[in-house]
Design a protein around this ligand. Structure first.
Ligand SMILES: [Zn+2]
Length: 229
């Protein structure tokens, strides 16, 4: 179907008669609100989130954030924009950006998140076993993870008082330079990778191996041109 088929022949309005089954009521309302151009143009795909009309996930996410901001009117959304912009603009491998975005959105498969869907699994940390495995717990400076941050010579915040991982991440990144932010993001990714290897492949939880992995990834990013040396 083409959009033109939904427009009255005289171009004076929308004709959604007998099309009720094609659209939900809220979609029909949105369609009717759109003004119709009074001179004929060829149909085509366009995306208002980018100047060149080409869709991108980044611009879709930005539009959703703006929409949330309009709906919530909350100052935290303004702060979120800073963090999301930082994540997308830093010279880091794409898979690390995606992971980091999920981490900051509390959306990685930690025990506490899995428990929401699968009530048979406990939410205690499979590494230390003495507290809930939240997203925050995975990457903050506990136990062997502290050794990772020390090995990378990154001065991450270990003070208490942060409610969510995103607040802690932002507090760290606001005082870090680009190089430190890249190492911090890559470090979080490599900690999660090692955590999964420990659970699923019985690998050792060793800070030195994570530090080595981060250095390899940084070298890979420099040599592939993702990151400037
Ligand atoms: Zn733990």
């Amino acid at each position: 179907m083409q959009v033109a088929e939904l427009v009255e022949e005289n171009r004076q309005g929308w004709n959604l008669e007998n099309r009720g089954a094609l659209f939900f009521p809220f979609e029909q309302e949105c369609i009717i609100k759109m003004s119709i151009c009074d001179h004929p143009l060829t149909d085509g795909w366009c995306w208002e989130g980018e100047r060149d009309d080409i869709y991108s996930v980044t611009s879709a996410y930005r539009l959703l954030l703006e929409k949330d901001g309009e709906e919530e009117g909350s100052s935290s959304v303004v702060n979120d924009s800073w963090l999301w912009n930082e994540i997308w603009n830093l010279p880091v491998l794409p898979q690390i950006k995606v992971f980091f975005w999920q981490l900051c959105s509390e959306a990685i498969a930690t025990r506490s998140n899995i428990l929401v869907c699968v009530p048979l699994i406990g939410d205690e940390c499979p590494r230390c076993g003495d507290c809930v495995e939240s997203c925050f717990h995975v990457v903050r400076g506990y136990g062997w993870v502290r050794g990772v941050w020390a090995g990378l010579e990154l001065d991450v915040l270990t003070i208490h008082g942060f409610q969510r991982v995103r607040e802690w991440v932002e507090a760290n990144m606001r005082v870090m330079g680009v190089r430190e932010c890249v190492e911090f993001m890559t470090g979080c990714w490599a900690i999660w990778e090692r955590r999964n290897k420990a659970i699923f492949e019985d690998a050792e939880l060793r800070a030195d191996l994570v530090v080595q992995r981060v250095r390899e990834l940084l070298w890979e990013m420099r040599s592939s041109g993702v990151m400037c040396s």
